[in-house]
Design a binder for this molecule. Structure first.
Ligand SMILES: NC(=O)c1ccc[n+]([C@@H]2O[C@H](COP(=O)([O-])OP(=O)(O)OC[C@H]3O[C@@H](n4cnc5c(N)ncnc54)[C@H](OP(=O)(O)O)[C@@H]3O)[C@@H](O)[C@H]2O)c1
Length: 331
């Protein structure tokens, strides 16, 4: 079985109208006007291709925001069915073009490496209607990987949520208060901005050619923060504090620093030996790390080296001290 169908619980206005007409009910005119009103306020139909972490979150919270989820597709039928059950969506399938043909907005939320091929195979099967909007959520890739969809008369765009998603359906919306970076065709941008607002998020425009650096920034802020804290944890363990206590000890410092950055920004939030020009302390760090865990020294030095310019721009480090510290941290 390639396509599934859940029994629909929603009584669409068209169905209600047809039922009323058949039954010859006296409030027929009222139903007609209600139908017209509801058509006007009806949000566009959405299809999601790729029912993983982001696809699931979009499906759940877009339908909660009133969008009409007309179908779900994924590589495995079980993933599509799981999200269909979660959202009460009627159609779910392994074959995207069976459901993308009629949709107003199509999200391709497969892994990055599969987005372009998925788009191309939908196009080969005549799968996007004219004036529909095709979006992906990759931070690293531009909207132009969807260019084939333009051949069907669709508009293309990318909207990247600056958020880390987990398959945790019980929690509140991961979209609340976040920023989507959007780029692509102007028609797609209008839709993306509306979707962002409806999800309780905001959006910023980004140039297509700037996406790689934008994504690099996200990687540094999230992934490399983990690397940075791993360095701190390993050093503090060498100082005799157990791994299980490391977070408890460092957490107030980490949170205080983030709070200072939020309040005062960079460079004002920088404190410590480099900001003070305390050359001897930095020398002792380097000597001791070299003895106890030399494999961490390159990273410690590289971070120190780049901290010097931040200290200089804060105005607390003299040129002379900065030159000495640069020599020391170059190794
Ligand atoms: N995760 C994050 O924190 C995050 C944050 C921002 C942006 N993004 C972006 O969001 C997009 C989706 O990421 P994700 O983390 O949600 O990925 P994911 O959890 O790995 O989910 C991807 C889903 O797509 C399905 N799939 C794989 N190949 C497919 C194909 N050819 N056709 C249809 N479905 C296919 C997968 O397979 P099954 O059907 O077998 O399950 C899976 O359900 C990516 O572009 C990613 O860069 C992710």
């Amino acid at each position: 079985m390639e396509i599934g169908k859940n029994s629909t619980k929603t009584c669409l206005p068209a169905i209600a109208l047809a039922q009323a007409r058949r039954a010859g009910r006296p409030n027929f005119q009222f139903l007609i006007s209600t139908f017209r009103e509801r058509l006007q306020i009806m949000k566009p139909t959405i299809v999601i291709v790729g029912c993983g972490r982001v696809g699931t979150a979009l499906a759940k919270f877009l339908s909660e925001a009133g969008y009409r989820l007309s179908g779900l597709a994924s590589k495995s039928l079980s993933s599509a069915k799981r999200v269909a059950d979660l959202t009460g969506t009627e159609h779910f399938t392994k074959i995207p073009w069976e459901i993308t043909k009629e949709a107003d907005i199509i999200f391709l939320t497969t892994p990055d490496a599969a987005i372009s091929d998925t788009c191309n195979s939908i196009v080969s099967n005549g799968g996007f209607k004219r004036d529909s909007v095709v979006l992906h959520c990759s931070g690293a890739l531009p909207s132009t990987i969807l260019s084939a969809a333009k051949g069907c008369g669709a508009f293309i765009g990318s909207m990247h949520p600056m958020q880390s998603f987990a398959l945790n359906e019980g929690n509140g919306s991961p979209f609340h208060g976040i920023i989507f970076a959007v780029e692509g065709d102007i028609q797609a941008l209008h839709i993306a901005a509306k979707i962002a607002v409806d999800l309780g998020a905001d959006c910023i425009p980004i140039k297509t050619q700037d996406k790689t650096l934008y994504h690099a920034a996200a990687v540094v802020a999230s992934n490399y923060l983990v690397t940075l804290l791993s360095l701190a944890f390993r050093l503090i363990e060498h100082a005799g504090i157990s791994g299980s206590d490391a977070w408890k000890v460092l957490k107030p410092l980490i949170e205080g620093t983030l709070s200072n950055i939020e309040k005062a920004g960079i460079p004002a939030a920088l404190t410590g030996p480099i900001a003070r020009g305390d050359i001897e302390t930095v020398k002792r760090h380097i000597e001791e790390i070299g003895k106890k865990s030399p494999e961490l020294l390159d990273l410690y030095n590289a971070l120190g080296f780049h901290t010097i310019d931040i200290a200089k721009s804060k105005g607390t480090l003299s040129e002379k001290s900065a030159d000495i510290l640069k020599k020391i941290t170059k190794g």
